[in-house]
Design a protein around this ligand. Structure first.
Ligand code: CTP
Length: 409
């Protein structure tokens, strides 16, 4: 019996119709159902489909591929399909993404590894999930919607509790330790006492250390993108979660004070992430960009640059010191460093990096300078003169050049 009416976006209704046309059952699952019940805006839509074919894996894969293709065509988007996990993502023309998965059962061969997946019914699909408040589905039928709530998730939403579904949950998937903290703080819920006991036991047993850096960093990125990121990091530290990820890692007190200062000044998730990264034992397995790696490294070895910046008087010196610095680091320095350094970073960021000489190599050749390395040297000198406000216009540049050339420069 349909029991709850929600207003769903037209795209979701269109996808449901495509699923029914292929004689599948359509469900909204996990986060979106939680957010709908809480009346919160829903950033991502996760759809599950059950084609009712259990044994014939190949047929399920074929039907999924067909559905994804049809959905992408219908919505003028693109899709990717991860056969192994029976999951797909459709990217709409406005870059919004919708995940479409087959309802499935998961089995973990070893703790903290990715699970093996087999097609199954919606109940099996909900059993494999992290928390009762996420183990919810909304069946979408032509007559309306029906809530499927086998673990009393709705009751836990009312009681404001984050609760796992079974005692091995954190062992099967230690990323749930990060997620429990993230949801509890985001929603201002409590972690239910039995769940908290098992979370602490899993941390003590160092299950997070079994996770790949990729999975740990994914969770940290998610946390740092939240508006209550700081409280979440505090909780991770209080519960020793980061310590349990890396053997010899010790908390440096400046981590929290730095993050606090950055957050107060409106730092972006990327800046917060790079700052946190600079305290982690980065190795070559960390899936981070070159900019993130360089920023984190420089943050740890900032003293020589700090000293040179403190001494720098001329704009051109400041320019050359800061030019090789990654943009994210510069933005962090503008928020964290002492005033004198902040000022120089701001000068570079807002003005100096845009200043260029107006004279080109071609004009130098016109002035009679023979082509070769001398051209580059003169252009660099001109650039410095422009940065240091010794010249302000193209005419003044030419005048200065003539003086240099006349002097045999
Ligand atoms: N899930 C899980 N265990 C995980 C990750 C995800 O059981 N380690 C399940 C949960 O049911 C979750 C769903 O997969 O609701 C989708 O995961 P994700 O998109 O990461 O979470 P959301 O609940 O949608 O959270 P958010 O609001 O942050 O997008």
């Amino acid at each position: 019996m349909p029991d709850i009416q929600f207003t769903l976006p037209p795209t979701i209704c269109q996808i449901s119709r495509l699923i029914w046309q292929q004689e599948g059952k359509a469900f909204l699952v996990g986060g979106p159902v939680r957010d709908l019940l809480l009346n919160l805006p829903c950033p991502d839509w996760d759809i599950a489909v059950d084609f009712g074919v259990r044994e014939n894996r190949l047929l399920v894969e074929r039907k999924m591929a067909h559905l994804l293709q049809k959905t992408a065509n219908h919505l003028k988007g693109k899709f990717v399909f991860h056969r192994q996990f029976l999951t797909g993502t459709v990217t709409l023309p406005d870059e919004k993404k919708i995940d479409i998965c087959h309802t499935r059962r998961e089995s973990y061969l070893k703790p903290a590894t990715l699970p093996r997946v087999a097609p199954a019914a919606i109940d099996d699909d909900l059993v494999r999930r992290d928390f009762t408040i996420n183990a919810l589905a909304l069946e979408l039928t032509p007559d309306g919607t029906t809530l499927i709530d086998p673990f009393q998730g709705r009751q836990d939403l009312n009681h404001r509790l984050v609760r796992i579904l079974h005692p091995k949950s954190f062992i099967d998937d230690p990323t749930r330790i990060f997620r429990a903290i993230r949801f509890a703080i985001r929603l201002d819920y409590r972690i239910e006492s039995g769940t908290l006991y098992l979370l602490r036991a899993a941390v003590k047993e160092r299950y997070p250390a079994l996770l790949t850096p990729e999975r740990i960093l994914y969770e940290l990125r998610c946390i740092l993108a939240e508006s209550a990121a700081l409280k979440m990091v505090e909780a991770l530290l209080r519960e020793n979660v980061l310590k349990s990820c890396w053997t010899h890692w010790h908390l440096d007190r400046t981590l929290l004070s730095g993050l606090k200062k950055l957050a107060r000044q409106g730092a972006t998730p990327k800046e917060l992430f790079c700052y946190l990264l600079s305290f982690l034992p980065i190795n070559e397995k960390f899936p981070i960009t070159t900019e993130e790696r360089d920023t984190a490294w420089l943050l740890r070895h900032l003293n020589p640059l700090r000293r040179r910046l403190m001494r720098a008087k001329r704009a051109s010196t400041i320019y050359h010191l800061l030019k090789p610095v990654p943009e994210t680091l510069l933005l962090i320095m503008m928020k964290l460093e002492k005033r004198a350094i902040q000022k120089k970073c701001r000068l570079f960021y807002h003005q100096l990096r845009f200043i260029k000489p107006e004279t080109s190599a071609a004009s130098l050749i016109n002035c009679g300078v023979p082509s070769g390395p001398e051209i580059g040297r003169l252009l660099r000198r001109l650039h410095n003169a422009r940065l240091d406000k010794k010249v302000h216009t193209r005419e003044e540049e030419i005048k200065l050049l003539k003086r240099w050339i006349g002097k045999g420069c």
